[in-house]
Design a protein around this ligand. Structure first.
Ligand code: NAD
Length: 503
């Protein structure tokens, strides 16, 4: 049985006390394949102490040396992407192409962070007053923490730590306890890249570790990605302890289909964005708002595509969609199929009937399987429409107009991503202006911003003021100083008790 440890001060470290361990499953076969140490306060304190000890030297390491370490890390992650994808697939269940895609999107943030000498340039003004100069600089915060969800065990941590470390901070990552192994390979790759011990640390764990990070006096800032109730809790608790917090929460993403849209493009996009990674993506499309009269034709096109999908374990090259992450999550998602019927909707494709293809022979029930499911005529405001289901369930809501569709999106509790499909540029422009959502796609179903833009939603999808990565990420992990300087000059005017004004 695999034993998954912490990573503190540049080396793997096990729990000091026996007993706190969690099961790590292979979701395709439904069996425990590893045991992960769950940190107590002792391990969290040790990780924060290691990060604090490493901070003074790292913050004083030149920008060029920091960038060189990031370039080396980038090369190593690139070289080991297959190994990372394998670890992700084995614990999360996603298919290999999807796991490789997540590593690639994470690497883009590392590549962005390689530009840190440019990103940290300050401003300089000569002669703000006579012979007085002013300049602004941004400095690292110190020890910062990242708390991440199960659905992207490599990419979401890489939204955070490359930028934080490039800015001169030291980092403590608390990954999801459901798929913890990728974090340790990334730690090992940092070590090989020459990052000094203590700059990047991992504490495995659950609420105990999170609570200690949120109250630890030496943790200056916390980045969180996960579900909305926990994001709200992390934001409120962290800020109450005086920390800077960005907490990204859950989502319920709508695709608005206007009658002039290309329905084949819409159907391809809805199926890809609804069922990729078994719907366990915060940018998945989970609701299609079909503006009259396209509903019937669109549902037909979606259903014909869904019936051709291959569901199977990640080690089957033909598989397009894998299992869900845990049995409890699969059961919760499946419960919405009964609820849909109770709420007056029509289940037109029932994922409980989907055959599971190929792969290793062991990959059959009791793996955590649920096939792609399509629910038509979902009523706006019903639980199937409003709850974040976070699984392979695509709802179709029929609407009579653009205005009705827009109102439904804007009344949604979440505001992470959305998409409009149309060939009318004016309608698309109006949508981007009127919709209350942070990330918008125009004929693009999963509009995840590139690393040099920032990622984040509105409303209950983000607590805090700053989105992750891009220039907002650099801002989050640094604080500003403005220096006003005058060098001694024989013409200085002597004592003056007046308030400094421009002269
Ligand atoms: P989660 O909220 O259950 O867990 C996220 C992290 O919080 C994990 O590290 C977990 O150990 C920790 N945690 C869980 N319960 C806790 C508690 N009671 N107290 C303190 N910490 C706790 O989320 P998940 O199930 O791992 O991930 C799926 C969720 O993440 C979905 O809601 C999804 O929309 C969201 N998500 C959002 C984004 C985004 O960018 N907005 C990206 C990815 C995932």
């Amino acid at each position: 049985m695999k034993h998954i440890t912490h990573w503190i001060g540049g080396a793997p470290v096990g729990n000091t006390a026996e007993g706190r361990r969690g099961d790590v499953f292979d979701p395709a076969v439904g069996e425990v394949r590893g045991r992960v140490d769950l940190a107590t306060e002792t391990e969290v304190d040790a990780a924060v102490a290691a990060a604090l000890a490493a901070f003074p030297a790292w913050r004083d390491t030149s920008l060029v040396k920091r960038a060189q370490t990031l370039f080396a890390f980038r090369e190593l992650v690139h070289t080991h992407q297959g190994e990372l994808a394998e670890l992700i697939g084995a614990e999360h269940g996603k298919v290999r192409s999807d796991a490789l895609g997540e590593v690639a999107r994470g690497l883009e943030v590392v590549e962005f962070a390689c530009g840190i000498p440019q990103l940290l340039k300050g401003g300089f003004s000569e002669n703000v007053s006579t012979r007085v100069d002013s300049y602004s600089i941004r400095q690292p915060l110190g020890v910062v923490a990242g708390i991440t969800p199960f659905n992207f065990p490599a990419m979401v941590p890489m939204w955070m730590f490359p930028v934080a470390i490039a800015c001169g901070n030291t980092f403590v990552l608390k990954p999801s306890e459901k798929d913890p192994s990728a974090s340790l390979l990334m730690a090992e790759l940092w070590r090989r890249a020459g990052l000094p011990g203590g700059v990047f640390n991992v504490v495995q764990g659950d609420k105990v570790a999170v609570d200690r990070l949120l109250s630890h006096p030496d943790v200056r800032a916390v980045s969180f990605v996960g579900s909305t109730p926990i994001a709200r809790y992390v934001y409120e608790t962290g800020t109450a302890h005086g920390k800077r917090v960005q907490a990204l929460g859950g989502a319920k993403n709508h695709m608005l289909v206007l009658p002039d849209a290309d329905l084949d493009l819409v159907a391809d996009s809805a199926v890809s964005a609804g069922f990729g990674s078994a719907g366990e993506r915060c940018m998945a499309i989970s609701v299609v708002l079909a503006v009259d009269p396209v509903g019937d034709e669109l549902v037909e096109k979606i259903v014909s595509r869904v019936s051709r999908l291959t569901v199977g374990p990640g080690d089957d090259p033909a598989a397009e969609m894998g299992p869900l992450v845990t049995a409890a999550h699969r059961d919760k998602v499946a419960s919405y199929l009964d609820l849909a019927a109770d709420e007056g909707a029509t289940v037109v494709v029932d994922g409980r009937d989907t055959p599971i293809a190929g792969g290793s022979t062991a990959a059959r029930t009791p793996g955590f399987w649920l096939g792609p499911t399509v629910v038509d005529r979902v009523k706006p405001g019903s639980a199937v429409h409003t709850d974040e289901i976070f699984g392979p369930v695509l709802s179709i809501v029929r609407v009579s107009s653009y205005e009705e569709g827009l109102r439904i999106i804007n009344e949604c509790e979440y505001g992470n991503g959305t998409a409009v499909f149309t060939n009318d540029g004016g309608a698309a422009r109006r949508f981007q202006n009127e919709v209350e959502v942070g990330m918008i796609g125009i004929n693009v179903p999963i509009p995840v911003p590139m690393a040099f833009y920032s990622f984040g939603g509105w409303k209950a999808s983000l607590f805090g003021d700053t989105h992750v990565h891009g220039t907002e990420g650099v801002h989050f992990y640094t604080r500003g100083k403005v220096v006003t300087s005058r060098w001694p000059d024989p013409s200085h005017g002597g004592v003056n008790l007046g308030f400094p004004v421009n002269g």
